[in-house]
Design a protein around this ligand. Structure first.
Ligand code: HEA
Ligand code: HEM
Ligand SMILES: [Cu+2]
Length: 665
């Protein structure tokens, strides 16, 4: 009846897991009880869970991403404390099997469920507003993408408490991930979570690419597109070219495990190298999919806080395109040591080094944007300065490893681990946090207290160096990645410093939590100086999203903006804004729909049932999903018109707020 699932799948004997489970259960029950007590289920369902509004989906993505950040960070804390202890005779507190699960969980969750989720949050919130659109091209598919991401995050976290987590790293290399070497369910959980979320991301890529191509406001030519949207555009192209490869890799691995095929085992004619090529021809572009939108965020922030147009807009766009191209043809640098031969390695090494050129162009463009500008060092600007320093260091160590001869020595050492955290934390993470603080007032209509953001930055910046510079040192001394204890006395002091570093990072996370708590407090109390009355919270916004009220009405733009060049809003501020709206028309909008959550629930059931071989539940899930899709296709009542009175009332309220803000100046 329940396939392989029995009570023995629940890890009662692991105190850390039992404790975590109790913690999660208590928080979960408290949230459910609070929603019930305040009678908010109806509101939650109607306004949030069934929404197809890109701005609300963005907020739900952010919440998911932040929860997963804490989750992934907890794993990092465990790894760092384990390695500070597990020296010489002391085995530490995490046995090898458990430690393997911890680094696998950390890598998988940080990449798929923190970084990718935050990136989709930014796409969702910013892209339609920057191009003057009322929503994305396919709003319902957008909601389905979100639910596919959400349920795969749930599925992979369920593996902690029912069964086990995968223990084969964030990329699930065979042969160790094959059934004969890994008979447990951890790898199956990994396969189905990555599969479902990967398809969700593919849909996001398709959706936003179409949106950017088709839904730009009248008059917005290609070279009028704001830089963040350009980076989203190129990231979507990479999503469309590479995520299908991930889907295929997971499908083939599943076939190996479920029906005894041998695509990736050398017996019977398969090849491990096939998997390596497939997974890295997705995996390398993936890291550029993550970094490009971060570059986009920095471009917006640099211009806004320097009070100048972005330096070298066209070169920024071209550099992004070149990185997209080069980033797609360098994947072999992840396995220089695995026998490709000198010629192949040379090609891939040189192509990798070339990426430093367009990236360097970007760094200099940001510097020139700041040069002779009236730079205001508010919260978001801190992250960009920290980023330029940190990311450049991480990029340089990447270039070092792009030399095959050097990589033979440092491949899979902690030097590598230091490199990629250097670019991921200093680039991707700093970028997304900067974006969060930059667009937060737009989303909610009030701003966060900057001082806590600045403290968060300071702790993250210092904490990063303390945690990861030691890893360069021990990496060069020969310490390999994924080790759970060691005997070398030279490494011990470095790993103690790294352990201190992670607690400094924890202080950074704490400041971020405090910042959110204060923001909620200020919003509830309607603290006057926290409210954003003008919609142009930073006073120097240049792109369209700053021209409309904060929080943004559900239809975004009362009248589709007319584009007057690059940075239309800035031009309007210089030359005078268009006359108040007299001729308003009803706005055509999509209705909310339960299809997203229903398909999400089906995905969760199907994924869980596939892991445990509960075949009847797989069939039930598929049938319900099929009926839902057919039912939706037959439903013609999917849209409505926003009445003119509602738009006029919103516009009048906004005009009053603008006048009040002007009078207060
Ligand atoms: C956001 C993520 C991200 C980014 C942006 C990068 C960027 C780069 N990476 Fe990194 N990398 C990873 C994430 C990332 N990487 C991950 C996750 C892994 C390991 C995965 C695993 O094994 O689990 C990895 C592994 C990895 C390897 C494999 C090593 C090994 O396994 O042994 C290599 C080798 O070539 C490499 C190289 C590079 C290079 C050359 C860049 C370049 O794009 C960097 C370019 C930037 C600069 C150079 C700085 C700015 C430029 C200037 C200031 C101009 C002047 C500079 C020069 C003239 C040099 N990376
Ligand atoms: C917040 C601070 C962070 C700390 C302290 C940290 C720490 C660590 C540690 C100790 C490891 C294991 C290294 C080893 O192999 O011995 C690791 C691996 C990894 N980390 Fe992080 N990390 C952090 C943030 C992130 C972020 C933000 C991401 C991605 C978005 C990330 C992605 C990864 C990946 C992909 C791995 C490799 C997992 C594997 O070996 O399969 N980390 N990290
Ligand atoms: Cu790479």
């Amino acid at each position: 009846m329940l396939g392989k699932l029995t009570l023995s799948a629940i890890p009662y004997d692991v105190p850390i897991l039992v404790g975590t489970f109790i913690g999660v259960a208590v928080i979960g029950i408290a949230v459910l009880a609070a929603v019930t007590y305040f009678k908010k289920w109806g509101y939650l369902w109607r306004e949030w869970l069934t929404t197809v509004d890109h701005k609300k989906l963005a907020i739900m993505y952010v919440i998911l991403g932040l929860v997963m950040l804490v989750r992934g960070f907890a794993d990092a804390l465990m790894m760092r404390t384990q390695l500070a202890l597990a020296y010489a005779g002391n085995p530490g507190y995490l046995p090898p099997h458990h430690y393997d699960q911890v680094f696998s969980a950390h890598g998988t969750i940080m990449i798929f469920f923190m970084a990718m989720v935050m990136m989709q949050a930014l796409f969702n919130f910013v892209v339609p507003l920057q191009i003057g659109a009322r929503d994305v091209a396919f709003p319902l598919i957008n909601s389905i993408s979100f639910y596919m991401t959400l349920v795969s995050a749930i599925l992979i976290n369920v593996s902690l408490f029912v069964g086990e987590f995968s223990n084969v790293g964030w990329l699930g290399y065979p042969p160790i991930s094959e059934l004969q070497f890994n008979p447990g369910v951890g790898v199956d959980y990994y396969i189905w979570s990555v599969q479902i979320s990967g398809i969700g991301t593919l849909l996001t890529g398709m959706n936003f690419l179409t949106t950017i191509i088709k839904l730009r406001a009248p008059g917005m030519k290609w070279m009028h597109i704001p830089v963040f949207t350009w980076t989203a555009f190129f990231a979507c192209i990479m999503i469309l070219t590479t995520f299908p490869v991930l889907t295929v890799s997971m499908a083939l691995l599943a076939l190996d495990r479920y029906v005894g095929m041998h695509f990736f085992t050398n017996d019977g004619g398969g090849s491990v190298m096939l998997y390596l090529n497939l997974i890295w021809s997705w995996g390398h572009p993936e890291v550029y999919i993550l970094i490009l939108p971060a570059f986009g965020v920095f471009s917006e922030i640099a211009a806004t806080f320097s009070g100048k147009p972005l330096f070298g807009y066209a070169t920024m766009v071209i550099a992004t395109g070149i990185i997209t191209f080069l980033g797609s043809i360098v994947w072999v640098h992840h396995f220089f040591t695995m026998g490709s031969g000198a010629d192949v390695n040379t090609f891939f090494g040189i192509m990798t080094m070339f990426i430093a050129v367009p990236t360097g162009v970007k760094i200099f463009n940001w510097l020139f944007t700041m040069y002779k500008g009236r730079v205001r060092f508010e919260g978001p600007m801190h992250w960009i300065v920290g980023f330029m320093i940190t990311f450049s260091i991480g990029g340089m160590t990447g270039v070092m490893m792009a030399m095959p001869a050097a990589d033979w020595v440092i491949h899979n050492s902690l030097f590598l681990v230091a490199h990629f955290h250097n670019v991921i934390i200093g680039g991707v993470f700093f970028g997304y946090v900067a974006g969060l603080s930059y667009w937060f007032p737009k989303a909610f209509g009030f701003k966060m207290r900057d001082v806590w953001g600045k403290w968060a930055f300071r702790f993250w910046f210092v904490g990063f160096y303390l945690s990861f510079i030691p890893l360069y040192a021990v990496g060069l001394e020969g310490m390999t990645r994924r080790m759970n204890h060691y005997d070398n006395p030279n490494w011990h002091p470095w790993l103690l410093v790294a352990c201190v570093g992670v607690f400094v990072l924890a202080a950074g996370v704490a400041c971020q939590v405090i910042q959110f708590v204060f923001a909620a407090f200020d919003a509830i109390n309607k603290k006057p100086d926290a409210m954003d009355l003008t919609g142009d919270n930073w006073g120097s916004g240049r792109t369209l999203e700053w021209s409309i009220p904060s929080p943004v009405p559900h239809y975004n733009f009362a009248r589709l903006p007319v584009i007057r060049g690059l940075d239309t809003f800035h031009i309007e501020k210089e030359l005078g804004r268009p006359a108040p709206l007299t001729e308003l028309e009803p706005i055509h909008m999509p209705k909310y729909s339960a299809v997203g959550p229903v398909l999400g629930a089906c995905g969760l059931v199907i994924g869980f049932a596939l892991v445990w071989h509960i075949w009847w539940a797989v069939v039930v899930g598929l049938v319900v999903a099929f009926i839902t899709v057919v039912h939706r296709s037959a439903n013609l009542d999917v849209d409505f018109y926003v009445p003119v009175e509602e738009i006029r009332a919103d516009e009048e309220a906004f005009a009053k707020r603008l006048a009040a803000a002007k009078a207060a100046e």
